[in-house]
Ligand binder design. Sequence first.
Ligand code: FAD
Ligand code: MLT
Ligand code: ZN
Length: 452
Amino acid sequence: MNLESLKAIIGPNVIEEDQDIISGATSDWTRRYQGHSTALALPTSTSEVAEILKWCSSNRISVVPQGGNTGMVGGGVPMNGELVLSLKKMTKIEFVDGAPAQLIADAGATLSTVQREAAKNGWVYGVDFSARESATIGGTIATNAGGNHVIRYGDTRKQLISVEAVTAEGIIVGDIRGLVKDNTGYHLPSFLCGSEGTLAVITRARLGLWAKPEEKVVVLVGLESVEEALDIARLFASTNQDMQASEIFFQNGLALVCNRFEIKPPWGGKHSTYLLLEFAGPKGVLERIQASNHGQILQNTESVAIGEDEASRSRLWRYRSLHTEAISGVGIPHKLDVTVPHHQLPYFMNTVGSIVEGCASDSETYLFGHAGDGNIHVNVIGPNENDLTIDKAVLEFVSSLGGSISAEHGIGRAKAAYLHLRRTPEEIRLFKDLKNVFDPIGILNPGVIFFE
Ligand code: FAD
Ligand code: MLT
Ligand code: ZN
């Protein structure tokens, strides 16, 4: 890649060629994908992004857009020496007062800075998950990230009012003025949300905010079966409007978290199944939980822990949110982020371990996830990361139950070979046609979403 003519257009400081710095951007968080590149572009404005893409387009240089590089499916890794286009230096956030309020965030602003800006002004941003300090707004839009609060606020798509983006040919598109109602033809934010860097590079977004709850309460319950956990979650979901997270995890994952981070397991880790519920709303959150028809269930359950202040809430949350790091600490996991219809959840969770064992007897399956929206993370340690036997078996099982092979992480490279398990040949054809319209010479994230 001869970068001299690009440097002449945008100046030398935007292009990084130092391998010590580039190497931080060439492998993914899970360590499964190890790529390489000779150049990392770090633009500071939308017009610089446009200049870079015009140059790449004219020179047929493939580009991998990248935000915080916390993606779980290898979508932001330059596997074939592509130029990495990092949005990390574009971090401005502007609060827009109104009812409800909004924010305009540069693509490189992290999720946590957006959350803090919203909170500072008395509002809340609807998306939250544990990579919040590194994941960027551009990355969360490109993957349509889900996370812990989807049951209350929806996924990233539901927060998105408008986007600004740059097409592969370097054309700036999108109307950041953000009228809430605007039915003028196709909806650009919907095309780009979840497009995983294959259609355009997102540079800014206007995001909707929600009224900030006055109180939060976290409840952790130790149980003996998936069925019990899902029953409790369902009962509260049907009667308590404060509920905003409904998470599940199991004994083996909890043990791993507690060993790795040297923390004491709740109730000595004796239960097989754990349900974590988070409630948030106007003052009286705990009273509403206890007074509801189902509050009695908690009183009759032996192992219940309640966190009201911030320290005790986060003590309870860490048993769940540290799963990702704890599992990666013992190997490179096979990460399968799936969703199945609610009525299939118990069968799925009770059966998937034996399907994995049938393929690889020396494996350990860790299940955890967002039970409230049917999204279970199946993580398997054991077989070499390039042996995809278990990935195929689990995803085929999910498909046979009417589920999806990706609930929130996206397709990336990791799931590209299985897209047909969820999408028809006609839909895949349409997706490819759409890709050709946005990116006629195919320079944006080749190999992502579509198996080549
Ligand atoms: P990257 O990893 O840099 O990129 C992800 C994809 O988006 C790539 O395909 C990339 O090419 C593309 N992309 C990035 N920026 C842009 C842009 N500006 N324009 C166009 N394309 C772009 N995800 C969830 O959904 N829910 C969770 O609960 C969750 N929890 C996580 C917990 C941990 C500990 C970790 C490490 C990850 C977790 N993730 C979760 C996955 C990840 O954080 C999300 O997918 C996140 O949205 C990725 O953001 P990023 O900025 O790191 O994107
Ligand atoms: C989570 O819910 O913790 C994430 O999606 C990360 C993961 O799947 O490991
Ligand atoms: Zn998740």
